[in-house]
Ligand binder design. Sequence first.
Ligand code: SF4
Length: 324
Amino acid sequence: MIRNDWKIEEIQEIYNTPLLELIYRAATIHRQYNDTGEVQVCTLLSIKTGGCSEDCAYCPQAARYSTGVDVHALMQKDQVLEYAAKAKAAGSTRFCMGAAWREVRDNRDFDRVIDMVKGVNEMGMEVCCTLGMLTETQAKKLADAGLYAYNHNLDTSKEYYTEIITTRTYNDRLETLDNVRKAGISVCCGGIVGLGETHADRVKMLHTLSTLPEHPESVPINALVAVAGTPLENNQKVDVWDMVKMIATARILMPKAMVRLSAGRATMSVSDQALCFMAGANSIFTGEKLLTTPNPSFDEDQAMFNLLGITPREAFKEEKELVG
Ligand code: SF4
């Protein structure tokens, strides 16, 4: 049953279930709602890098931190489409374009992004963007251009959010998610493990996600990649069991969502990743870079899929199932 009325205590109980039992429960639910032999393959490209005015403590692209990120202005449409074609040829079905902006402005850059969205959509890929805050009108424009999904993460709990970001509020985030929903765009929203948050914060974030009026269609679970020069540079590496716990709990709370094993995969072994797939993860990002941090290559992922007997999920599967 899909529920949007989860109580914090219930989520806490799930989250604290002994690990093997938790994985078993999540795997059982995963089998009921999803084809466990397939994993969605998404590619994320940074179309505008660095120089961001925000102060997200984990982010190497914030202008105020000295991280050595190669700053570049908004890419040209043709370059982006070339990259998307490469990703498609490598088996990717969703192409996500990320711009290091606080919010979308109604200017020529936005017009160019609209053109990119149209171009990727015409290639038959699910097109996604992550561009910062968005008004309802801007969301509508993106939807009209063929945008399939919009990513906007909550990152952590409302309570811990102010320790990580001070240049915008949790409510700003929720408002953008609402604007995306109103425009009929699929919502991609998750968080990051390893920011220094408590287990209670993780539970609270999952509570916010799983009690939204509609669950996000995609829930990325990221492990912090601690980058030198950011305030979180000395944070400890996230334990794989923390990722498994988060993924399994998200799977149980939001049975139909694509739970994405996102940042942090580059330092995970194939067996670590297999555990995450067993716990209900059914989406990954491929491509050597995840915005600015390392990620396994297309070939490494192909080898992992072959080993584990996983096939990539086809594009627009949800729509096809709805049509019958
Ligand atoms: S996470 Fe996004 S909004 Fe925050 S500093 Fe990085 S690019 Fe800017």
